[in-house]
Ligand binder design. Structure first.
Ligand code: FES
Length: 91
């Protein structure tokens, strides 16, 4: 899977954003959040349900409405960080 990328590795650019469903500490309630993957130690992901850009859509099975809108309205420049932007909006 090559959609999620990294650039700054310090939480500034957003190229690495993925969606995660996590349990809230205390209530145990599940919550969907956007996460800067470059800032998350892999051991803290235990029990998380993580979705990357490939989980939303692709050219074979069809794209998510956010992906189609981004392309349809020319919402990207080079496209490097676009998967992170899409995942941030989706989460
Ligand atoms: Fe830039 Fe994660 S690599 S925010």
């Amino acid at each position: 899977l090559t959609g999620t990328k990294y650039m700054c590795r310090e939480g500034g650019c957003g190229a690495c954003v993925v969606q995660a469903v996590v349990k809230e500490i205390g209530s145990g309630e599940k919550k969907t959040v956007a996460v800067n993957a470059c800032l998350v130690p892999v051991f803290s992901c235990d029990g998380w349900d993580i979705t990357t850009i490939e989980g939303l859509g692709n050219h074979r099975e069809g794209y998510d409405v956010l992906q189609n809108r981004m392309v349809g309205f020319s919402g990207t420049q080079c496209g490097y960080c676009t998967p992170g932007m899409i995942m941030n909006m989706h989460a």
